[in-house]
Design a binder for this molecule. Structure first.
Ligand SMILES: [Zn+2]
Length: 211
């Protein structure tokens, strides 16, 4: 049995215990209940000791507690935000520019140092669920900050209106998986039916008289 370094009494192992802890955020400290903790405790002086495995477990359980808190507030978790960002290959700075917010915010949401607002949360969800919505956001950024991303989506950026039409007429179709050929085909069909050329202007569909 190990002895307490503080008072030399015997330490007792504690498992699956919940502890109220102070967690530092950008808006000060908050109390958070971390569950399923393991540690050694001295019943005489009440000191608590974590071995390296206990510390690893503490990190995992703390993240779970923070995740649970976000879910209870109906906000995306850190992992979910990161997954949306990674899905579109965005850096933290690019996501901030896309959302038109100040620097370092995304890093804070992704490490639970602060929570995203409800408005931002909604934008992130729309961006995740609706590819056209993401493309429209991309249409409103400085090209120099997004050259790699714009390059990756250039064909779709040039066809936002067609993509929107497809998503309206075929709501079950996942427009991210629509082939370029199909988009070109739909464009041709519409253009021949209307006897016009379709041009995209600020993601609005503009009909140009055919020459
Ligand atoms: Zn002690």
């Amino acid at each position: 049995m190990k002895k307490c370094p503080e008072c030399n009494h015997e330490l007792k192992r504690v498992k699956n215990e919940a502890l109220q802890t102070k967690y530092k955020t950008s808006n000060g400290c908050k109390d958070i209940l971390v569950e399923n903790l393991s540690y050694s405790k001295c019943d005489y002086c009440n000191a608590i000791f974590y071995n390296p495995d206990d510390i690893d477990n503490y990190e995992i359980q703390l993240e779970k507690a923070l995740e649970k808190e976000r879910r209870n507030e109906n906000l995306l978790t850190a992992k979910e935000i990161k997954a949306i960002r990674k899905k579109y290959n965005l850096t933290q700075l690019q996501l901030e520019l896309l959302l038109k917010i100040g620097p370092k915010n995304v890093a804070k949401w992704e490490t639970y140092k602060s929570n995203q607002s409800r408005t931002i949360d909604k934008l992130l969800r729309n961006m995740n669920d609706d590819y056209c919505f993401f493309l429209k956001m991309l249409n409103n950024v400085e090209v120099k900050d997004f050259s790699n991303i714009i390059n990756e989506h250039s064909f779709y950026l040039d066809n936002i209106s067609i993509l929107e039409l497809i998503s309206k007429f075929y709501p079950d179709v996942n427009i991210k998986n629509v082939s370029k050929d199909f988009i070109s085909y739909v464009r041709q069909v519409i253009e021949s039916l209307l006897e016009t050329t379709i041009v995209e202007k600020n993601s609005e569909l503009v009909l140009k008289e055919a020459v």
